[in-house]
Write a protein that binds this ligand. Sequence first.
Ligand code: HQG
Length: 189
Amino acid sequence: MSRFLSKILRHQPGIIGIEIERVGAWANVNELIEGINSRSRYHIDRAILETIVATDSKGRYSFNENGTKIRANQGHSIDVVLDMEKRTPPEFLYHGTAGKFLESIMEKGLLPGNRQFVHLSPDEATAKTVGYRHSKPDAPIILKIHAGKMVRDGYEFMISDNGVWQIKKVPPQYLEMDINRKDVCNEKV
Ligand code: HQG
């Protein structure tokens, strides 16, 4: 159900016949519940939705202040404007990906693809989990991002409400593949 909610709120609200507000990425809760119940194989009610929002492992969703609207905190492919906080990142961030993408990444840098932003992780363990989504059954490749250097060179980073670092792109000169960390790169998740 949480995955289906992600699909609706980040990528395809039209599949249940609803619209997402461009500014803030909000969906109307009543319309969402009615749309899911009438146009999908799922059944949901307010209590189930509240449980998903409260217990999601990555804090993917939020209600607005009076609980009439809901949104995904990040990860959109549709054109939305989120009031994400600009923040100075730690010296290094991490990105987990699949070996099949490496040549292109090292040539063009990290690009957002279908999403609005490139997502970066604060630690290698998180990056490993993210990368494994694309690399399995092979182990992911972990790239170290020289985020501090990027800031000193004028790049701005944002962080979503659920703690995912975001940026429009990471040029290749700020990427490093730490070949010494075989324990990270060669193990399966
Ligand atoms: C790769 C999950 C070729 C990139 C996670 C990635 C994350 C390139 C894939 C969130 C490239 C895009 C996002 C280039 C980047 N050439 N490939 N130049 N630049 N790529 O799924 O970062 O569970 O859109 O390395 O936790 O994997 O959904 O991005 O492998 O935060 O909440 O293109 O999704 O969150 O894949 O994952 P994605 P991602 P949720």
